[in-house]
Design a protein around this ligand. Sequence first.
Ligand SMILES: Cc1cc2nc3c(=O)[nH]c(=O)nc-3n(C[C@H](O)[C@H](O)[C@H](O)COP(=O)(O)OP(=O)(O)OC[C@H]3O[C@@H](n4cnc5c(N)ncnc54)[C@H](O)[C@@H]3O)c2cc1C
Length: 274
Amino acid sequence: MLGVRNCTTMAEAAGILSGDRHAVLLGGGTLVMRDVNEGRLTEGTLVRVTDPAFRQINAGGGRIELGAGVTMAQILASRDLAFLHPAARAIGGPAIRNMATVGGNLFAACPYGDFTVALLALDAQVVLHAGFGSGRATPLDEFLAGRDRGTTPGLVAGVQFSRPANPGDFRFRKISRVKPKGISVLSIAAHLPAQAGRIMQPRVAYGAMAPAPIRARGVERALENKTLDAAAIQAAKQAALEGCQPATDAIASEWYRREVLPVHLGRLLAGEPR
Ligand SMILES: Cc1cc2nc3c(=O)[nH]c(=O)nc-3n(C[C@H](O)[C@H](O)[C@H](O)COP(=O)(O)OP(=O)(O)OC[C@H]3O[C@@H](n4cnc5c(N)ncnc54)[C@H](O)[C@@H]3O)c2cc1C
C-alpha cells in the first residue's frame, strides 16, 4: 500500500528519506504520479514537503538560489530569471510546467532533463539535505554521475549558481519534432562569458546526447580564448560529438542525434533564430 507523509520542514522529509528505503520524495509528481497511476509504484511512502523554503526563489543578486520545489511556472513568472525562461518554457505544456519542479528535473531520465542542461551550463551546485544538520553543496556534474551510479542522494533542497554577467551570454535551445512541447531530440545550453571580445571559460552542456546531461568539453576547449567568429564556430562543430553516447529511442535514432547536433550547435553559437 502507498501512504503519504506531509512534512512541514525539509529536515523532517530528509529524515524519512534517509531512514526508509521505500520512501519517495514527491515533487510536482509529473513522473511519480505517472508511476502510481500506471501501477509501477504501489508500495511505500510518498513524502511531500510543505516547507515554504522548498519553493523559494532568491534571484535578486548575483548568486541565485532556487528551492528544489520551485516549478517551471514560478521561473517563468520571475523577471529576475528572464534568461532562464527559454529553458523553463521547454518543459512540456502549461499543465506540466505548473507542476514540474527544478528538483524533479534533476532526476528525470533521458531524454527528459532539459532544465538540468541549462543548470549544467551555469555551473550549478546542488544543495543536498542529508537528514541531519545543514545542507551540503555538490557540483551538478558530480551529482549526475552519482545519480547514474544509483547513489541515493536523499533530499535535494535546492540549486545555486551565479547569474551570468550579461544575459546574452547564456543561450539555450531544445530540438524537438513536435513544437512547441515535444520531447527532446536533444537540447543545448551554453554560457559564453567574454572579455575584450574573447570567450573566457565557456560552459556548454547537452541533453539527450548521453544517459544524463553532459558537458561538451571538446567544444569548450575549441572556444576558449577565441572570438566567436566563423572559424571558432567551425572548430566547435568539429569537436561537438566528443563524449557523446546518444541513445536510439522513440524520438530519434542515435545516428540522427549525431547528425543534427553539430548543425544546431553551430546555429546556437552563431546566434541564429531557431
Ligand atoms: C507529458 C509530460 C511531458 C514532459 N515533458 C518534459 C520536457 O519537455 N522536458 C523535461 O525535461 N521533462 C519533461 N517531463 C518530465 C517531468 O515533467 C519534468 O522532468 C519535471 O521537471 C519533473 O519534476 P517533478 O517535480 O514533476 O518530479 P516528480 O515526478 O515529483 O519526481 C521525479 C523523481 O525525482 C525525485 N525527486 C523530485 N524532487 C526531489 C527532491 N527535491 N529531492 C530528491 N528527490 C526528488 C522523485 O522522488 C522522483 O524519483 C514531462 C513529463 C510529462 C508527463
